[in-house]
Design a protein around this ligand. Structure first.
Ligand code: TYM
Length: 332
C-alpha cells in the first residue's frame, strides 16, 4: 500500500531509434514497475537538442519514442506519458538548479567529456548543463525511484547532490531519489566494440540493434557481433563480446548463465549467435507490430501527449511554486 504512493520517473531522448540497450536497460523495467508505483515517463526532447538534430527528424522521433513506450507495454491508463517541452516547469526549475550546481562537478561528468570529444564543433552550454535539466526532470515530480541504465548513474548522483544542497540551504524541498539500475542489462554493449555501450547515436548501424530492425537485420547484426577467438560459450573475464551476447540472450529468454552454457556446450559461436538473433527478433516482433499500428494513429498519440502534459504540469507546478517561494521570488 505504501508503495502505491511512491513515484518513479524516467525518460529517453528522442535522438535516434531506440535500441535494445534502451529497452533492456530502462523501458522494460518501467513496464514491470508501473503496477507498484505512481509512474511518470517522459520523452526528453529538450535534452536531445544538446546535440544538433534535424528538426523534422526530432519531431518524428518524438512520436516514435512515445509509440515505443506504449508498444513496449507502458499503459497510458496507469502511467503518465508526456513530452518534456510541453511542460515549461522543466526549463524553469533547471534555471534555479543551475544556481545550485557547481562548474567543477559538471566538468567531471563523463558523458559531457565523451560528447564534447565527439562533437568538438558544438560544445554548447546546454551540453554542459544537461545533468541539471535531468535533475529538474526528476525533482519536479518528487520521484522516489529512477529506473535507468548504468550510464546514468553519475547523473543521478549529481541530482542527489544538487537536491541535498538545495534542501540544506532553503529547507526541505525535494525528495532525494534512488536509482533503480538493473543487474545484467544495465549496460548492453556495442556489437562492434563490446568495451563500449550500445548507443542509438552510433554512426555504425551494425553496432546496435534498433527496436525496429527487421528479423533479417537482427540476425545479420548478431552474426557479425565482435567476439573473441575462443569458441566456448561461457561467461568469463576478457570475453566481453560473449558476455554481452549472453546478457542479451538471458534478457530475452529468461535463462541463467549456467543454462546458456549448457545449451551451447561444444557448439561454437555461430550457433549461439543465431540463437541470440532469433531470441531478439522473437522478442521484438510484438513490439514492432504494436508500434506500426500506433504510428498510424497520430491523433491518439497526440491525445496521450496532451493528457500526459496536463497531469505532469499539475504535479510539476506545485514543486516549482514551492521552489520559487523558498528562493524568495515574489508570488502574485
Ligand atoms: P538515453 O536517451 O541516453 O537512454 C535512455 C535510457 O536507456 C538507458 N541506456 C542503456 N541501458 C543499458 N545499456 C545501454 N547500452 C544503454 N543505453 C542507454 C539509459 O541509461 C537510460 O536509462 N539522460 C537520459 C535521459 C533523461 C532521464 C531524465 C532519465 C533525461 N532526464 C530523468 C531519467 C530521469 C539519457 O540520455 O538517456
Amino acid at each position: 500500500m505504501e508503495n502505491q504512493q511512491k513515484v518513479i520517473f524516467s525518460g529517453v531522448q528522442p535522438s535516434g531509434i531506440l535500441t535494445i540497450g534502451n529497452y533492456l536497460g530502462a523501458i522494460r523495467n518501467w513496464v514491470g514497475l508501473q503496477d507498484d508505483y505512481r509512474s511518470i515517463f517522459c520523452v526528453v526532447d529538450m535534452h536531445a537538442i544538446t546535440v544538433r538534430q534535424t528538426p523534422a527528424d526530432l519531431r518524428r522521433r518524438t512520436y516514435e519514442t512515445l509509440a515505443i513506450y506504449i508498444a513496449a507495454g507502458i499503459d497510458p491508463a496507469r502511467s503518465t506519458l508526456f513530452v518534456q517541452s510541453h511542460v515549461p516547469c522543466h526549463a524553469e526549475l533547471a534555471w534555479v538548479l543551475n544556481c545550485s550546481a557547481m562548474f567543477g562537478e559538471l566538468s567531471r561528468m563523463t558523458q559531457f567529456k565523451d560528447k564534447s570529444a565527439k562533437h568538438a564543433d558544438n560544445i554548447n552550454a546546454g551540453l554542459f548543463t544537461y545533468p541539471v535539466l535531468m535533475a529538474a526532470d526528476i525533482l519536479l515530480y518528487q520521484a522516489d525511484l529512477v529506473p535507468v541504465g548504468q550510464d546514468q548513474r553519475q547523473h543521478l548522483e549529481l541530482c542527489r547532490d544538487i537536491a541535498n544542497r538545495f534542501n540544506g540551504v532553503y529547507g526541505e524541498t525535494f525528495r532525494i531519489p534512488d536509482g533503480y539500475i538493473p543487474t545484467g542489462s544495465a549496460k548492453i554493449a556495442s556489437l562492434n566494440d563490446p568495451t563500449k555501450k550500445m548507443s542509438k547515436s552510433d554512426e555504425n548501424v551494425n553496432a546496435f540493434i534498433s527496436l525496429l530492425d527487421d528479423r533479417d537485420t537482427v540476425l545479420r547484426k548478431c552474426k557479425r557481433a565482435v567476439t573473441d577467438s575462443d569458441s566456448e560459450v561461457r561467461r568469463a573475464e576478457g570475453k566481453d563480446g560473449i558476455n554481452n551476447l549472453m546478457n542479451i540472450y538471458a534478457c530475452f529468454t529468461g535463462k541463467s548463465d549456467a543454462e546458456i552454457e549448457r545449451e551451447f556446450e561444444g557448439q561454437g559461436y555461430g550457433v549461439f549467435k543465431t540463437a541470440v538473433g532469433e531470441a531478439v527478433a522473437d522478442g521484438l516482433a510484438p513490439i514492432q507490430n504494436e508500434f506500426a499500428r500506433l504510428m498510424q494513429d497520430k491523433a491518439y498519440l497526440e491525445s496521450i501527449m496532451r493528457e500526459g502534459a496536463e497531469t505532469a504540469f499539475r504535479i510539476a507546478r506545485k514543486t516549482l511554486s514551492k521552489v520559487y517561494r523558498k528562493v524568495g521570488f515574489v508570488g502574485l
